[in-house]
Design a protein around this ligand. Structure first.
Ligand SMILES: Cc1cc2nc3c(=O)[nH]c(=O)nc-3n(C[C@H](O)[C@H](O)[C@H](O)COP(=O)(O)OP(=O)(O)OC[C@H]3O[C@@H](n4cnc5c(N)ncnc54)[C@H](O)[C@@H]3O)c2cc1C
Length: 393
């Protein structure tokens, strides 16, 4: 059958679009299949690039991966901007974390001790040092920590910029759902689209986020066990010229994690819940109430901002919180999913690894340690238990 592309990518979120663009940059003809490119978790996310604040107990390999990804970000953002002519909104702003009460302070100190033990850049701050860095903070807070290397990107500008870069690089976009991967002689031959037509390609990259497991056509157990982890986010808007914050603010409020991520245009992203509710994307009043209440506990000026959006999305979770990147057991099938709470951060590294795999047949380090079909490691399996200072993005 005539080949439609060298590689068909199922899913046009941050992972699929970055991989498609990097593949096209290396001379592959790439085709992205997605009915709503850029509007999955990648649209809902806050865009924190936070290898240090996200470092969880027992997740050392993921932390090393995240640090490596973080180092890629400035150059990646620059390349995407040049390729498509759209600024992805990367900001090297740093992060302050604060505690609402004494037990939040103890939890942050515990986490800080672990981060410093790993050699990560994180410093303890008194309450007044926190207020010097973030002038609008609530007076009753108990101090916190500074993570100067945890930055952010405007994830909505990012997917827009990636779409522009893909278009400029000749990536074809098919606005349909892929129903199944098609096989011929036991190897991948393309994908079957929702309208019944087929796209033929010797390689199919599955980057369908939380919905990866719903793709048909493959024997049981070939696709990794991705599960949806729901997250609510609230978007607020203030005046452009006088932002409430000039860096990311994260906090623990009576044990609950909360973050406020400022955008250059005066926007503020407040997040996020972490809920196991299957494929439910409904926005619930209680979640919105809690997020706003916690945000104003940290930064009372939030009360004056305009409430512009409440939204919920599905993180692609994995049993050990780590992504799967690389070839699957069916020849021609490549997987890039399970990026859970760090998919925006990990996108440049994942895309580069996929493109190198397409060129060389090998997944480069450090992502070679995250293959599809791997067994859970004891250390990482432990990390799925609730941690003392759960600060998920
Ligand atoms: C509330 C929240 C906050 C977050 N905050 C952060 C953060 O601050 N920093 C960070 O790094 N990460 C964050 N994340 C995680 C991050 O958003 C995800 O890890 C990342 O977006 C995953 O990207 P993806 O491309 O794999 O999935 P998605 O962005 O979900 O994209 C998957 C795409 O696949 C498409 N698709 C699915 N099935 C099919 C099919 N059969 N055929 C065709 N297309 C299909 C969908 O339409 C979708 O566009 C957050 C997530 C949430 C929900």
């Amino acid at each position: 059958m005539a080949r439609n592309a060298d590689v068909v990518i199922v899913g046009g979120g941050v992972i699929g679009l970055s991989a498609a663009w990097e593949a096209a940059e290396r001379g592959f003809s790439a085709c992205v299949v997605d009915p709503e490119p850029g509007h999955g978790a990648s649209w809902v996310a806050a865009g924190m690039l936070a290898p240090v604040t996200e470092a969880g107990f027992g997740e050392e390999s993921l932390t090393r991966l995240s640090l490596e990804a973080s180092r890629r970000w400035p150059a990646f953002a620059e390349r995407v901007a040049v390729a498509g002519g759209e600024d992805p909104g990367f900001q090297a702003c740093g992060t302050v974390m604060v505690a609402a009460d004494a037990s939040d302070r103890a939890a942050i100190d515990h986490l800080l001790g672990y981060q410093q033990h790993l050699g990560l850049e994180a410093t303890r701050l008194s309450a007044s040092e926190c207020r010097d860095l973030v002038p609008g903070l609530s007076p009753g807070l108990r101090g916190g920590a500074l993570m100067p290397g945890d930055h952010q990107v405007d994830n909505r500008r990012l997917v827009t910029a990636l779409l522009a870069a893909c278009a400029a690089g000749g990536v074809r976009l098919v606005a349909q759902r892929a129903g199944a991967v098609s096989l011929h002689g036991g190897a991948v031959s393309g994908v079957v689209l929702a309208d019944g037509s087929t796209l033929c390609a010797p390689v199919v990259l599955v980057a369908a986020g939380a919905e990866t497991g719903r793709l048909g056509g493959l024997p049981d157990g070939v696709l990794p066990p991705v599960r949806p982890v729901k997250g609510h986010v609230v978007r607020l808007q203030g005046p452009t010229g006088a932002p409430l914050l000039d860096r990311t603010l994260r906090g623990l409020v009576h044990g609950r994690p909360c973050y406020l991520v400022p955008r250059r245009d005066g926007g503020l992203v407040v997040g996020a819940t972490s809920e196991e509710r299957g494929f439910d994307r409904t926005v619930q009043a209680g979640a919105v109430h809690t997020l706003l209440d916690d945000a104003r506990t940290l930064l009372p000026g939030v009360d004056e901002l305009e409430l512009v959006e409440c939204i919920a999305g599905l993180r692609p979770g994995s049993p050990d919180n780590r992504p799967w990147v690389g070839p699957a057991s069916v020849p021609g099938l490549v997987i890039a999913t399970g990026h859970y709470r760090n998919g925006i951060l990990l996108a440049p590294l994942t895309a580069e690894a996929v493109a190198i795999y397409l060129t060389s047949g090998s997944v480069p380090a450090p992502l070679d340690a995250f293959p599809p079909g791997r067994a859970l490691e004891a250390g990482d399996a432990l990390s799925t238990a609730r941690r003392p200072a759960e600060v998920s993005g």
